[in-house]
Design a protein around this ligand. Structure first.
Ligand code: NAD
Ligand code: MN
Length: 354
């Protein structure tokens, strides 16, 4: 038997509810698999509760504790008790950047029988947003109180960082991914008309790399126009590659187009596999519904499917997605999708179809 050693980081709010659901489903996938696999889970109770006790979101040697695991399964961070920038930088961004998970892959899958804001059916839509996950607008560069002129005159700077190597590796990842898909189409997103340094470098690298992938059809789009295109011409999209902030925004938009933020899965990958990769739903801690037992677990469950693929278990990942589709088709939907099912109801329905 192959046992995968998974670090489980539930985090805050609905994070714990959806990873518990995902864990139950993944254990059932393992039990029913032809591949003789199992999961060994180690839970790390890091997050805002840990912060209250220790003054930090995770221990100083947290990255060393994560390093030996085969993968990390993550919930969400964020609570009223800790400022959002402190909780995000103290846990999720620390893990992504510390373990060099530079590719954030965010598929948008349309499920059967799920109402969407689209005017047409989403049946033929299938997008993947590839997000640069190590630099760009989330490089953490800048400063406060720069004017030195006291209250009311504060000046703050937030700098984006774009490196040619950083642009090239995320674009090559996206080109290679586009190549494996039926439509072989890649759209690059920037705002290079207004941001004339980093985003122009991004555009130039994209233009140079296109020559290496003549089998991939490409285009470039400004991010504001892209937001409109998601809504008005969704069928024109396949793989999308964008900077850290732009892809963060577009992936939320994409998942809402499929019906709910609660559906969206993501993989934070170190494609060179020197460090464990991290799998998490796209959504945050959803404090407005935390503790009610109604969080949509599909984003977390589908993140489990991405984890199975990363571990080389493609057949089980496909089987898991079919079970999620079947549960949706049977109308077992949480309130964010207009249904009345609880988190536990969705888990039961997925287990029934495995
Ligand atoms: P959010 O994603 O937590 O919630 C946005 C909306 O979507 C809310 O109405 C929420 O109820 C709904 N929603 C989210 N997940 C859902 C699910 N699984 N099922 C049903 N509905 C769901 O974003 P927010 O409200 O902007 O942020 C809340 C907190 O989460 C903040 O502290 C923020 O910093 C943090 N956050 C963390 C992450 C992360 O850990 N990766 C990502 C985004 C936001
Ligand atoms: Mn986000």
């Amino acid at each position: 038997m192959t046992t995968y050693d998974i670090a489980l980081v539930p985090g805050d709010g609905v994070g714990g509810e959806v990873v518990a659901a995902g864990r139950e489903v993944l254990d059932a996938v393992a039990r029913t698999s032809d591949a003789d696999i199992g999961f060994a889970w180690t839970t790390y109770d890091w997050g805002s509760g840990y912060f209250a006790e220790h003054g930090r979101m995770m221990p100083e040697d947290g990255l060393d504790l994560l390093a030996p695991h085969d993968a990390i399964y993550f919930g969400a961070v964020g609570s009223a008790q800790v400022p959002d920038h402190v909780s995000l930088w103290g846990l999720r961004l620390r893990i992504c950047q510390g373990l060099d998970q530079w590719a954030n892959v965010r598929p948008v899958r349309f499920l059967p029988n799920v109402p969407t804001p689209l005017r047409t059916t989403g049946a033929d839509l299938d997008w993947v947003v590839v997000r640069e996950n190590s630099e760009g607008e989330y490089a953490g560069l800048g400063g406060r109180n720069l004017s030195g002129r006291g209250p009311g005159n504060e000046v703050a700077v937030q700098t984006s960082l774009f490196t040619e190597k950083g642009c090239e590796r995320i674009m090559r990842y996206a080109f290679e991914l586009a190549r494996t898909r039926p439509r072989r189409r890649l759209t690059s997103v920037t705002k290079s008309n207004a941001q004339q340094y980093g985003m122009v470098l991004w555009d130039e690298v994209f233009t140079r790399l296109r020559a290496d992938y003549p089998d991939v059809e490409t285009d470039s789009c400004l991010v504001d126009a892209m937001a409109a295109r998601f809504v008005l011409r969704p069928a024109s999209l396949d793989v999308i590659v964008a900077s850290n902030l732009n892809a963060d925004i577009l992936s939320d938009l994409g998942s809402a187009m499929a019906g709910s933020l609660g559906l969206a899965a993501s993989a934070n990958l170190d494609p060179e596999r020197r460090h464990p990769s991290m799998f998490e739903p796209v959504h945050g801690s959803a404090p407005d519904i935390a503790g009610l037992g109604v969080a949509n677990p599909v984003g977390a469950i589908e993140s489990g499917a991405l984890m199975l693929e990363h571990l080389g278990q493609d057949a089980d990942a496909a089987r898991l997605r079919r079970a999620v589709d079947a549960a949706a088709a049977a109308g077992v939907l949480t309130p964010d999708l207009g249904g009345t099912a609880s988190t536990a109801d969705v888990v039961r329905a997925v287990l029934d179809h495995l």
